[in-house]
Design a protein around this ligand. Sequence first.
Ligand code: NAD
Length: 272
Amino acid sequence: MNAITDLFDLRGQTAVVTGASSGIGAGIARLLGEAGANVVANYRRNEEGARAVVDELRQGGGEAVSVQADVSKEDDVARLFDAARDAYGTVHILVANAGLQRDAPAHEMSLDDWSKVIDVNLTGQFLCCREAIREFRSRGMVPETCPSLGKIVSISSVHQFIPWAGRVNYAASKGGIMLMMQSLAQEYAHEKIRVNGIAPGAIKTNINTSAWDDPQAERSLLEKIPYGRVGEPRDVAQAALWLASDASDYVTGETIVVDGGMALYPSFREGG
Ligand code: NAD
């Protein structure tokens, strides 16, 4: 190890990653595990996906367990953190990633589709953040392990600031996540809890397959991405690693946009 790799060394720390059985969550769980963290890979239904992440980390010499829990249910979230404590004693890092879409024009959107997205994306993150903060505070500072009491990385979306027709529930949930993240950062910075967000643009996962899985769809998506490629889970995971590590120790209340320039109003390049 040298001073640079030390900065990203998560050995001795435990990370709970929600929605870790696929896509961005699986990518983050893998990278935090590669950096030495004990990984608690949460899944809702896809046990096989979470198990694959856990097996891969264990085969590489890492520590990982998978835990079933629905993040929108208070008792499940308490059980998730109990399982993390049982396995590794405490939690140092939460990556609140689980999320879903239920798209429909607003005038046709059912209350169920509205509520489901808010319950999982926003309330689910709140429940996980609350449980993580309770755990950080009850453990107390251990400066030999980490200069902060705990770290939360909240996975939002560029749709926390870009309106999205046909997905009012999703955009509202992500806008809510932004102010929840900043409010928690403001509330707990004096206790040395850091809370930050990541706003991904288009990343190749199950949530948006139709946007990139045929060449014409991908071409039209690329018109919105100046950097010229659709993102991969690892692109988001690298930002999550930085935010979870001591390399970002003085950073709280920030959102890192990981979008290949999508949010830069690329059409203005040709003149406004
Ligand atoms: P994904 O569908 O592969 O992952 C979402 C994960 O959340 C799945 O593993 C799913 O099982 C889990 N999940 C859903 N409901 C849950 C619940 N109630 N309890 C526990 N887990 C639950 O898609 P993804 O793209 O990897 O999405 C991960 C996060 O990234 C989401 O919050 C999504 O909004 C966000 N995001 C994705 C993109 C993108 O382009 N892929 C862009 C911006 C933001």
